[in-house]
Design a protein around this ligand. Structure first.
Ligand code: MLT
Length: 434
């Protein structure tokens, strides 16, 4: 018998008594060990917290994570108050709702967000959820491990990290790029419009208006990607979380405004940035009926059914109260209040862009999106500029390289803030960069 940290083996024989078996421990998902140190925003939070602790007098202005600052629209709050009162009465109390969302919200979304723009989306193709971040990660559950995945670079890090977690990549190189992923650079050199993948990819993420660059995709660009997807049996994951910020009437709000897209695209939408729901949580995903993938043996399978199965097994729906709040976004008062919110943040973006240009900087985005994408001054790397701005102006932004190798040399500022903070940040940045 031995007792040296392994499992004791005792069967009476001398040889067996020398054997040690390692304690059977639960195996981890090794893919997580490939992930770079931390998710970008917690890493920024860590650095800012350290700076704040060392400089307690610093009045830090946070323009890093794109989190809304303005209160919920009155129409949403009023609808939620009524719903809370309903929950307090036996006659109107509700327990579990439909996992896919209540019909009142799915109908409002289908009519107002899609059919009113000529996009053919039915209410039962809409799956209400607690967030687009969750949905863009969770959607991978219904796809096999060997799909080839393409992302733009820079990109919202969730698309990359969730594929790493799912085992669709190898290790990352020193620039942060993972083996096995196809990267489509979006930089000044191609006017922030990605080229089509040079070969076939199976899954392709597009985010427009774009996080982080704040740029948009024209109808022609989206058509080019839809045509590519149709020719290559590619599924496009279209993240339209920022569509409410589109001011240019020629820019599509939904990929379903593009002919042929229902056969190739899943779209993600959110109330977070539209109506200030980042803390309230409500979003939705559209999976058109008829959109198909293939089994390993080549049979076609409807993705709508698979997603419905996944969603209703692992999710119990967004709360009734919150869905009533989201429905109010489409009421006449809600529309007006949401429009005012969006205009407020877009005005912040305009102030940021103008201030940075006055300081001689090169700036992109900010007119159809709440993000301003700035070239780092003086050839600084993205993280060098992050530290410079934090230590000298006490302003926090997001280093472009945190969104991908092609984001190196760029920096993102979020327009989600109070007017006073935006004006103060602009004045400090101008002072620093003059
Ligand atoms: C961002 O700053 O990129 C967003 O807040 C991230 C998100 O919406 O999850």
């Amino acid at each position: 018998m031995v007792a040296n940290g392994g499992i004791d083996i005792y069967n009476g024989s001398d040889i067996a008594s020398l054997m040690t078996v390692e304690k059977p421990m639960a195996l981890v998902n090794d893919n997580y060990l490939k992930l770079k140190a931390g998710y970008l925003f917690p890493e920024i939070g860590r650095r800012v917290a350290k700076f704040a602790a060392e400089n307690p007098g610093a009045k830090i202005i946070r323009m890093g994570i794109g989190d809304v600052t303005e209160p919920l629209p009155a129409a949403c709050r009023e609808a939620m108050h009524i719903a809370v009162d309903e929950m307090g009465q036996r006659e109107t109390f509700r327990g579990y709702g439909p996992e896919q969302g209540f019909d009142f919200l799915r109908n409002a979304i289908a009519t107002n967000d899609f059919q009113s723009r000529g996009a053919n989306v039915a209410a039962d193709e809409i799956f209400v959820s607690d967030g687009s971040k969750c949905d863009t990660g969770n959607i991978l559950d219904i796809f096999g491990p060997n799909n080839v995945v393409a992302v733009t670079d820079p990109v919202y890090p969730v698309y990359v990290d969730t594929n790493v977690m799912a085992g669709r990549t190898g290790e990352s190189d020193e620039s942060g790029r993972y083996a096995g992923l196809v990267y489509l650079p979006v930089t000044e050199a191609n006017n922030f419009t990605p080229d089509l993948p040079s070969g076939k990819v199976d899954l392709l993420y597009l985010c427009y208006p774009n996080n982080p660059t704040g740029t948009v995709a024209t109808r022609d660009t989206l058509k080019k990607f839809v045509d590519y997807a149709r020719a290559n049996d590619t599924i496009i994951f279209f993240d339209a979380a920022y569509e409410a910020y589109i001011t240019d009437p020629s820019i599509p709000h939904s990929i379903y405004e593009i002919e042929g897209s229902r056969d190739v695209a899943i779209e993600f939408r959110s109330f977070s940035k539209t109506a200030g729901f980042t803390g309230t949580r409500c979003a939705f995903t559209v999976v058109p009926k008829g959109l198909k993938g293939k089994t390993a043996t080549g049979e076609s399978v409807e993705l709508h059914g698979l997603w419905n199965r996944r969603h209703s097994t692992k999710f119990n729906g967004v709360s009734y109260v919150v869905q009533r709040g989201a429905e109010a976004v489409y009421s006449p008062a809600g529309r007006e209040q949401v429009r005012a919110l969006i205009e407020f943040y877009l005005q912040n973006a305009a102030i940021l862009c103008q201030g940075l240009r006055d300081a001689g900087q090169t700036v992109y985005g900010g007119t159809n999106a709440p993000y301003v994408w700035l070239k780092t001054p003086g050839g600084m790397t993205s993280w060098q500029f992050f530290d410079h701005l934090l230590s000298k102006a006490n302003v926090v932004g997001t280093p472009g390289s945190g969104f991908g190798a092609s984001g190196e040399g760029y920096f993102r500022l979020s327009a989600f803030n109070s007017r006073a903070n935006v004006e103060e940040a602009v004045s400090r940045i101008k002072q620093l960069l003059k």
